[in-house]
Design a protein around this ligand. Sequence first.
Ligand SMILES: CC(C)(COP(=O)(O)OP(=O)(O)OC[C@H]1O[C@@H](n2cnc3c(N)ncnc32)[C@H](O)[C@@H]1OP(=O)(O)O)[C@@H](O)C(=O)NCCC(=O)NCCS
Length: 269
Amino acid sequence: MPRRIDSPRSWRTGVFAITRRRTDHLDRGSEVGARQGVRRVRAPRLCQTPSSPNLINTRQEFGVRSHPRSLSTPVHVVGAGGLGREVLDALFAVPVPADELVFVDDHVRNSHLHGVAVLRPEDVRGGRFIVAVGDPQLRRDLCARMVQQGASATAVVHPAATIAHDAVLAPGCLVLANAYVSTGTRLEAHSQVQYNATIGHDTSLGEFATVLPGANVAGSAALGADVLIGSGSSVLQGIEVGAATTVGAGAVVTKHHPPGRVLVGVPAR
Ligand SMILES: CC(C)(COP(=O)(O)OP(=O)(O)OC[C@H]1O[C@@H](n2cnc3c(N)ncnc32)[C@H](O)[C@@H]1OP(=O)(O)O)[C@@H](O)C(=O)NCCC(=O)NCCS
């Protein structure tokens, strides 16, 4: 029988209780998801990069590179900065044709960037969207604005990311290239796992949580809503990181911390 590697602490803190609570929450849908009537997305079994109507990540939805199939509605990439271009890269890799993508950004004066049209948020009418902004609070605000414009969230997973067969990704999630999302994980609505980051088994990410490039979140951890995990940092197994906490680049989080903290260093304080 395989040996369970969770620490005693992760048992005491009730991974299963967290899972149940979060499942109830999923049944109700996220605040945004509920308003949109968006269903949760569960990855199919035996599929490295799952496919679903709300998940843009496989060639099954769009056909092979040389014959991309048309999308029913345009996908709006909200934010045309560096992360926006990385999301574009993920969508081109699927591949989604440029004329079915739209950047939404009110700071860009050009009508097109990289062959993709740029709209102001107030000009959006329906369609799907993904917010390509790392800051959780700003992402929350932009998400609400897109919902007001009648758009519904979609998840985007780069085809070079690895997603376990039973991982659950909610609408609006973003997973970039070479990220690894392990078995039993839950990524709540609009959470992000950026490139080269890893999410260990049975770990959950709250809504709008962000794991920046190269960070490692170990197994059975729980990141609260709006948490930001800095580049190259580590969260050890079974740790709960309270909502709206920022973990600085390179930090190692070794124990539980209350919500709203900024943690830096090794061990993180
Ligand atoms: C932790 C963080 C949020 C602090 O940002 P801030 O509030 O603007 O803090 P400041 O830059 O003013 O720095 C305040 C102090 O903390 C130190 N500090 C900042 N970030 C640190 C880090 N990651 N590790 C250790 N010390 C850090 C600074 O050296 C400074 O120390 P001093 O007062 O002795 O000079 C930020 O530095 C950080 O690490 N963010 C993650 C960013 C990231 O991963 N980006 C990757 C993008 S791809």
